[in-house]
Design a protein around this ligand. Structure first.
Ligand code: NOJ
Length: 532
């Protein structure tokens, strides 16, 4: 595993360890359980696993509220078991990155406990305190359904503390050099253990300044560059993936001159994929991709259809948001904050054609794709569960009791109904050559075998048909012409004259000649390699 640019054409897979596989019968998934399932992930073909937080935590934000940065929550296992997992993954050519939560700790963290109980504690200045809640008023509230303010009064401290997320997650003070150093030490600890990099959580919010919206500030970038220098110096080949839920223009600086983040999520393209499939037109996707600045050669975007959070609608207009809610969240309980708390399959009416089409877009648009565990089999969600827990239910391994996830009653309710484990599970899809799993497996294999997808640019091809998303991917001499029919009806696409040429249909392996018109079935897609 020596290629330092491995991430550019890698396929990622996001896992909630608690929900993946229980090995010791306590009803909660753990590292050993995940290790047992590496063969499955290898069969699927993923290159890198992203582990959601596994640190000790009161779980007020499912582990994004960390109480100790230097150990694994015993519910998941031990540091030794993590090492075993990393080694077993590496033997299969699979890398592992984990969440690095820089912006905030849990209020149960000893630093915060010391800080709140003593004004003179060296830890007081680890957090952001104020006598008034009237400063930084221009910073928006992110968890609008639960938080009224970014300031919370702390009785014990006799001051307000600053938090961009839940009031149980006080923000660290990145103006304090000690905090900056602490977090480099945290990174060092996990890198020394063998982890291949980090998905850096909530990075736009590290620094606050009066008169700004307290996001994406230059001082924040300066610190992140310092983190990168440290990684490059000691851990070449390991990566930093940026979670900045921002427009493409604002994410672009996180790549710096190729000296800040290796990768960054492309948030705005995600809701536009759903818009495209419902509106049967590609224009909104094309518009945002045209607006997306090019990035340095050693960087890559990360694309996704779903993740462990609500499907965020922060990066669309108010009008588009209302439209998305109307179309995709018909029941009020499907809404959460500025988003929709549903999984991929139920969002797309469990329509196999639409699910495949969405994946065709995911795997061929520019960027490295991330699959959210369970979406490769089209598992469902459970709207009875609170907040985002509805999309973090146990992986559906087979049709035995508890979904083959655990011999005991799982930590949470499973998915009910048609998309529950009796109907949708790994075992049945592995044995069915026509299953969604096998289609996704094929898409992954094709993508990985073609250099064209490893670039970060794409070019839209105008065919005069608004329902046909057609674009060119070209990299290292490999040229791919992608056709997606976003509509539920047969479409005829005029092929521009320069592409009326010999090509190979990647899914059938057949050589053919692209004629003046291409016929594409409802919600169908073609990945054509141009022969030159
Ligand atoms: C982003 C994470 O994806 C989300 O789950 C979490 O609640 C916030 N950051 C706060 O850490």
């Amino acid at each position: 595993m020596t290629n330092n640019l491995w991430y550019k054409n890698a396929v990622f897979y996001e896992i909630s360890v608690r929900a993946f596989k229980d090995s010791n019968g306590d009803g909660r998934g753990d590292l050993r359980g995940l290790t047992e399932k590496l063969d499955y992930l290898q069969t699927l073909g993923v290159d890198c696993i992203w582990l959601m937080p596994i640190y000790p935590s009161p779980l007020r934000d499912d582990g994004y509220d960390i109480a100790d940065y230097y150990s694994v929550d015993p519910a998941y296992g031990s540091l030794d078991q993590l090492k075993v997992l990393i080694e077993a993954a590496h033997q299969r050519d699979i890398r592992i990155i984990m969440d690095l939560v820089l912006n905030h700790t849990s209020d149960a963290h000893p630093w915060f406990q010391a800080a709140r109980s003593d004004r003179n504690s060296p830890y007081r200045d680890y957090y952001v305190w104020s006598d008034t809640d009237q400063i930084y008023k221009d910073a928006r509230i992110i968890f609008v359904d639960t938080e009224k303010s970014n300031w919370t009064w702390d009785e014990q401290a006799g001051q307000f503390f600053w938090h961009r997320f839940y009031s149980t997650q006080p923000d660290l003070n990145f103006d304090n050099p000690k905090v900056r150093e602490e977090m480099l030490n945290v990174a060092r600890f996990w890198l020394d253990l063998g982890i291949d990099g980090f998905r850096a959580d909530a990075v736009p919010y590290l620094i606050e300044r009066e008169g700004t919206n307290c996001e994406n500030l230059p001082e924040t970038h300066a610190y992140l560059k310092q983190l990168r220098v440290f990684m490059d110096e000691h851990y070449p080949g390991r990566i930093l993936l940026c979670e900045a839920n921002q427009g493409p223009e604002d994410v672009r600086p996180y790549f710096g001159d190729g000296d800040e983040f290796h990768m960054g999520f492309h948030f705005p393209i995600m809701p536009r994929i759903y818009m495209a499939i419902k509106k049967e037109r590609y224009e909104d996707m094309a518009e945002i991709m045209r607006r997306t600045p090019s990035i340095p050669e050693n960087c890559q975007w990360c694309t996704f259809l779903r993740n462990h959070d609500e499907l965020t609608l922060e990066m669309v207009t108010e009008e588009e948001r209302q439209w998305m809610w109307k179309e995709y969240a018909p029941e009020p309980r499907m809404k959460l904050n500025l988003g929709i708390r549903r999984r991929l399959a139920p969002l797309l009416d469990n329509d196999r054609r639409k699910i495949e089409l969405a994946n065709s877009l995911l795997f061929t648009l520019s960027g490295a794709p991330i699959i959210y565990y369970g979406d490769e089999i089209g598992m469902g969600d459970n709207l009875d569960l609170f907040d985002r827990n509805g999309v973090r239910t146990p992986m559906q391994w087979d049709s035995s009791p508890n979904a083959g996830f655990s011999v005991e009653t799982p930590f949470t309710e499973l998915v009910k109904g048609d998309l529950g484990y009796r109907h949708v599970n790994v075992a049945s899809q592995l044995s069915d050559p026509d299953s969604l799993f096998h289609t996704i497996q094929k898409m992954i294999a094709l993508r990985k075998n073609h250099a064209a997808f490893g670039g970060s640019d794409m070019q839209w091809v105008e065919t005069g048909n608004p329902a046909a998303a057609v674009y060119l991917r070209e990299h290292d001499g490999d040229i791919m012409l992608i056709f997606n029919n976003l509509s539920g009806t047969l479409q005829h696409v005029d092929v521009p004259v320069q592409y009326q040429t010999a090509c190979i249909d990647l899914f059938t392996g057949q050589s053919l000649f692209l004629n003046t018109t291409l016929e594409i079935g409802p919600y169908s897609y073609f990945w054509m390699q141009i022969q030159k």
